[in-house]
Write a protein that binds this ligand. Structure first.
Ligand SMILES: NC(=O)c1ccc[n+]([C@@H]2O[C@H](COP(=O)([O-])OP(=O)(O)OC[C@H]3O[C@@H](n4cnc5c(N)ncnc54)[C@H](O)[C@@H]3O)[C@@H](O)[C@H]2O)c1
Length: 264
């Protein structure tokens, strides 16, 4: 399988290491921003070629993997899907933009390409997907990070994150609003919503919590299937305290799953 990767940050580098080690995958191209080609090539390793647009790739690509975040998705996803190539992405929250959601669906329908968002930092999406078949009544998502983990988000305007001594709630609302307001922090809320009752019906609460050491994600759901509660305390990648380890692992799994004859 010939794969191109978008981005060369912490998650992309973990994915590249694992894919470069697989006999069945050739990681042939990395797509980066202009001027970063040499650095991107070095970060991804192997015999990868660095380019700034999917349209410049002069080879047959079976799959593109987006690990660059919302801006990268906006810049490259449509070109990939329009070409009939499948796309695996970590940036589910970008689809809080209805126009982009429509465009993605249109190109997938027209070309037969598939847009797959990985579970990323969360789990239990298999149960939500299945439970949706019989009807879900309610899905809630609660996210907790230590105060410093919310730097660069709207939480910073509401609280003095450097000096918080007790837990504070800085967002309560729909998954759509969470994804719009917290583009770097609310992909998990969006992925949960897309698997379950959708961006407008999924209730999201976000806490800055000085007592947690790891990012914590909780899902509750109820419906015809019964009810569920799921909690995960996610570790970060060893060399990148802000990057979710399970997200990187989840991308590798999504790629390698395509080659398996028995899937669970
Ligand atoms: N789905 C999830 O559960 C989940 C969890 C954690 C992170 N994420 C997403 O994963 C993304 C990557 O995380 P990371 O820790 O590797 O971040 P990072 O900052 O280390 O890496 C981001 C990479 O993308 C590149 N990039 C940015 N804009 C680009 C563009 N327009 N075109 C090409 N490349 C571009 C950057 O140069 C960098 O190499 C985050 O932005 C976040 O949105 C998703």
């Amino acid at each position: 399988m010939n794969v191109a990767i978008i981005g060369y940050g912490a998650i992309a580098q973990y994915v590249a290491t694992k894919l470069n080690a697989s006999e069945d995958v050739t990681l042939s191209h990395v797509i980066c921003r202009e001027g970063r080609e040499d650095h991107a090539k070095k970060c991804i390793g192997g015999s990868v070629q660095a380019l700034t647009s999917f349209l410049d790739i002069n080879a047959d690509i079976d799959l593109v993997v987006e690990c660059g975040g919302h801006a990268a998705f906006r810049e490259h996803a449509v070109n990939v899907l329009k070409s009939g190539t499948d796309l695996v992405s970590v940036s589910s929250g970008v689809l809080a933009d209805d126009l982009l959601m429509d465009e993605v669906e249109k190109h997938c329908d027209n070309t037969g390409s598939q847009m797959q968002f990985v579970p990323g930092a969360i789990g239990c999406l298999d149960a939500l997907n299945a439970a949706k078949v019989g009807g879900l009544d309610e899905v809630t998502y609660v996210g907790r990070k230590k105060p410093a983990g919310w730097k660069g988000s709207p939480a910073e305007d509401k609280f003095d994150l450097d000096n918080l001594t007790e837990v504070v709630c800085h967002f309560e609302g729909t998954a759509r609003d969470a994804a719009r307001l917290y583009p770097k922090n609310a992909n998990v809320a969006a992925t949960t919503a897309l698997a379950g009752v959708g961006l407008d019906k999924t209730k999201v609460t976000l806490f800055a919590d000085p007592t947690v050491t790891r990012n914590t994600h909780e899902i509750t759901a109820s419906g015809a299937f019964g009810s569920l509660y799921f909690k995960i305390e996610g570790a970060s990648l060893p060399d990148s305290p802000r990057s979710s380890a399970l997200t990187a692992m989840s991308v590798v799994d999504a790629v390698l799953a395509r080659l398996k004859s028995i899937r669970v």
